[in-house]
Design a protein around this ligand. Structure first.
Ligand SMILES: Cc1cc2nc3c(=O)[nH]c(=O)nc-3n(C[C@H](O)[C@H](O)[C@H](O)COP(=O)(O)O)c2cc1C
Length: 175
């Protein structure tokens, strides 16, 4: 069984989740082949040779990576013929009532817009890493956190990702 995980990550959390999914799949089946590819390098991958394809992407200022939808559009037909999954990563999903594909607006709207119907979809809460952000981003994220009742201490790094939920998602991809 060959699995490809494509991730669009800016600060690394979506990539970290991709790696956790890969590890989980390999732990279940030592003979499983799992390849990871950044979306920027995904064109080098021949999707046809994989049995399972997972695509993950994070949100920045309300949007997924701008190359995500063109990529999905190009391969929707092929993706629809395989076992596939989509996961999104954002901080809105730290709230229990906004962490499913139906209740997370970014994810729901994306899935409505695209021609690809993933076999399964998930939404994972991301990470808040104030010390790593540029001044402008730190200022903006703090403002959003203030409005939405989140962490406002800019010396902090908080990982909201539910790793149990990530593992359960990956377990549905065993061979
Ligand atoms: C500059 C910036 C903008 C962000 N904008 C949003 C947003 O609009 N909505 C949201 O829910 N999360 C937002 N986030 C949170 C990210 O989705 C979260 O940090 C995620 O873990 C990033 O994943 P990545 O490291 O794979 O890019 C933003 C984060 C940053 C740094």
């Amino acid at each position: 069984m060959k699995t490809l995980i494509i991730y669009a990550s800016v600060d690394g959390q979506t990539q970290k989740i991709a790696q956790a999914i890969a590890t989980e799949i390999q732990n279940q089946d030592q003979s499983a082949v799992v390849n990871l590819a950044a979306l920027a390098a995904a064109e080098q991958q021949d999707l046809a040779q994989y049995d399972q394809i997972i695509i993950g992407a994070s949100i920045r200022y309300g949007h997924f990576n701008k190359t995500l939808e063109p990529y999905i559009a190009r391969y929707a037909e092929l993706l629809n013929r395989k076992k596939t999954a989509f996961y999104s990563v954002n901080l809105t999903a730290r709230k229990a009532d906004k962490n499913t594909p139906e209740t997370n607006a970014y994810t729901r709207k994306l899935l409505q817009r695209i021609d690809w119907q993933p076999t399964q979809s998930a939404v994972f809460a991301g990470a808040l890493r104030y010390p790593q952000y540029r001044f402008f981003d730190r200022f903006m994220i703090r403002l959003i956190m203030k409005i939405t009742g989140g962490e406002t201490d800019t010396s902090k790094e908080v990982e909201y990702t539910d790793w149990e939920k990530v593992a359960e998602f990956a377990q549905r991809f065993k061979s």
